[in-house]
Design a protein around this ligand. Sequence first.
Ligand SMILES: [Zn+2]
Length: 451
Amino acid sequence: MIENPCLRDKPLGIQQKNIVVTCNYVAREHGVTKLMLLQDAQKACPNLVLVSGEDLSKYRAMSDKVTELLQSRFASLVERLGMDENFVDVSDLVKNHKAEGQVKGHVYSESNPAGECVCGCDQRVKIGSHIAEDMRAAIFDELGLTTCAGVSYNKVLAKLVGSTHKPNQQTTLFSGQVLTLINGLSGVRSIPGIGRQMSNLLKSQRILEIFDLQSASLNKLEKVFKNKERAKLVQKLAFGIDDSPVKPSGKPKSLGIEDAVQGIKTAEEAGTKIRILSGRLLDLLVSQEDNRQPGTVRLTLRKWNKLTKEAKRESRQAAMPNLLPVQTENFKSSSLDKMMPLLMNRFADIVKDTNFHLTLVGVAFTNFRDKKCGKGSISSFLQPAPKKIKTDAEASTSQEKALPPNVDKQVFEALPPEMKEEILSEWKSRPKASPDKTRKKSSIADYFNKK
Ligand SMILES: [Zn+2]
């Protein structure tokens, strides 16, 4: 597990107005959840570091670069955890690596040294420590960032051991040392994946310490979680057993910006605003250093209806022509020339009446495709096949329906589009079987079902 230290081990939340829209793993461990009121978040976690939403793109861009470097240079199986951590499955690299006699970096404990397990995992983990050092060197050389790493044979163990030596260090955990580490944790809450909600459930059954969880009967745990599979999963974690795979995280599926406006009433004003936003969107695309072409451009407008006193969002999209490479000198002006006629046509589709009142304008790129598109290109592998474009009326109504129940519609609408999609996709991919309606973001299912 590789961790980007510019946000290292501090609980960090992204603030938009009086809401913490999203937060890192450390903040989640303290009980902060996405879309939490600022006041509640600060109560749950007094040391919470807040970053304003506008600064988010900077953090994202740096995080993306770390993930991309790992994906493109080391292993395609890279899973992002929160904003600043990555799980990397290096099994294939290990297979093709020469045997190593020494561990790189720290070893978790002097007792039970490597070489005791008959399955050979100790040698594999040892090689992993060399790969981790190569990764950290590459991140430092190319991005100027120092990082921490934890090396072991599953996700939970790599995460736990990665935080034992900080900053800018790496630590390796061998199979013979797992129970020493697990039994030394300060309670069930210290196990990654067991958040506040779940630990409260356990607490209600007097399961507080690691030992309590290890020795609890499966029946009792089943009663706590009302789910047999989850009960088993949680008890296994208490022994350091974690079979969950590293799930590759793709690049952002869309990139977009929106602005609430005072009241745009003419096509001319709208055109000016759309042009400004499109320019900013192109800047954002350039700053992502994203080698992909947007397949679609989308215009979103919020129309105020004087009669019904209701605001209604509508979007229309158009296929994007190929853009010049982002490094080209007149990339922005030539792209704007291509986009503006498309967007103004979509504008005319949404605003048919001459008498209108807009309260929000947004533009977004979606359906990214890989420029290189060569066989074996990592991002083409990670990207799902382009889907048929839905008609927009359909798209927006289905979005309204799918909103999580605890989400305020107005707050949601004020969020940047990529954050909306993140929240919606998490909500859609929630485990349907769970009868536990009170579960929170920090629950184990979110940790393991993270897309
Ligand atoms: Zn083994």
